[in-house]
Design a protein around this ligand. Structure first.
Ligand SMILES: [Mn+2]
Length: 355
């Protein structure tokens, strides 16, 4: 599926502006664009949110001074949002992705490159960077392998595309998996610590002038520092959470915490798995990004928590969640000042739902 002239095409009217997911796959995808299109490429990731805000659109417009093309990588924005981006910016918008996309009207103003949009049972499109690699025909195999490990975790070892990239990189898919996992952990530290500067620069730093971009990711001092910081903070946070977790009502355990990193989702998951059958409510403020969140999560609990979504939306909050096997979770966003209030409201509503 190599598309001849793809890079010439997207750079014809100036260097492209690249919008990408803040995980390993997103950053590795961005690195491949920089490697192909050059260091003038403008990196413009969102600030760790899937919400496309007015502020983001305005900043995107400003970043288009020398460009007429926006590439959106590894982000499954709805058609309506993409259409809005195209109309508001007047730029050519190209999406390169591998996420399943619900059937919805697609924007005629947007070009979609997503071979997995209708599903991918065989795992042929395990990462966005892999889609790009196929498109460009030029890629760094170990990095593309890392993008797959980033999305699939250890399940990547059984994935054909991952295996092929590893062999191409001169690595053993199973015995050398840990090296790739290390690189993924390095890249994921950006997300864990909410380091936006890193998110904007890391893909360029490792794409330009590197003899071996995989090694440079492994040795990157910023990533290494962020990762250590995230690990230390995580350990402390778990200890504090265990100590301060209190029974708010029969079957409902809760805790209010804050820290620098973006740990709330992982913390709710961790506590819920340690206290199966109970509902865990975690209120957490992350100073790195200024996000306040209140999560409810439960494992081994057979009633859905999802009625909380409607309840909080009615109150004017941003809320979302899932009710699937092993995934009974609701998250509410709020201002820092309101976090305690939202926490209390959630406990009350949960009591009502249980009773
Ligand atoms: Mn991905």
């Amino acid at each position: 599926m190599v598309r001849e002239g793809f890079i010439e095409d997207i750079t014809a009217r100036g260097p492209p502006v690249v919008v990408y997911h803040w995980d390993a796959d997103g950053m590795i995808s961005a690195m491949h664009i920089v490697m192909a299109a050059g260091e003038d490429t403008v990196l413009h990731p969102p600030k760790f949110t899937f919400k496309v805000t007015r502020e983001f659109i305005e900043s995107l417009k400003k970043s288009l001074t020398r460009s007429r093309t926006i590439l959106i990588l590894d982000l499954a924005y709805p058609g309506k949002i993409l259409d809005m981006i195209a109309k508001e910016t007047g730029a050519r918008v190209i999406v390169v992705d591998h996420h399943y996309q619900e059937e919805e009207p697609r924007s005629p103003n947007v070009e979609y490159i997503n071979p997995a949009s209708k599903g991918d049972q065989e795992g042929r499109w395990p990462s966005a960077a892999h889609v790009l690699a196929r498109l460009l025909g030029k890629y760094h195999p170990a990095l593309v392998a890392a993008s797959i490990v980033g999305d699939l975790g250890p399940a990547a070892k059984a994935n054909r595309e991952y295996q092929n990239y590893m062999v191409e990189a001169g690595l053993d898919p199973v015995n050398d998996y840990w090296i790739i996992q290390e690189a993924v952990e390095q890249l994921n530290s950006i997300d864990r610590m909410g380091n936006y500067h890193g998110l904007r620069w890391i893909p360029k730093v490792h794409a330009i002038g590197q003899f071996d971009p995989l090694k440079s990711v492994l040795n990157d001092p910023l990533l290494t520092t962020l990762r250590t910081q995230a690990d230390v903070e995580w350990e402390e946070l778990v200890a504090r959470a265990e100590e301060e977790l209190r029974e708010e009502a029969p079957g409902i355990l809760g805790v209010v915490l804050e820290g620098e990193g973006r740990h709330v989702s992982k913390l709710a998951r961790h506590l819920a798995s340690k206290h199966r059958g109970k509902i865990i409510v975690v209120a957490y403020y992350a100073s790195s990004t200024g996000e306040a969140r209140v999560y409810a999560r439960a494992y081994g609990y057979d009633k859905p928590l999802t009625p909380l979504i409607r309840y909080f939306k009615k109150l004017g909050y941003e809320a979302g969640g899932k009710y699937q096997r092993n995934n009974n979770v609701v998250g509410v966003e709020c201002a820092r000042e309101e976090m305690e209030k939202v926490y209390k409201l959630m406990i009350e509503k949960l009591k009502e739902m249980a009773g």
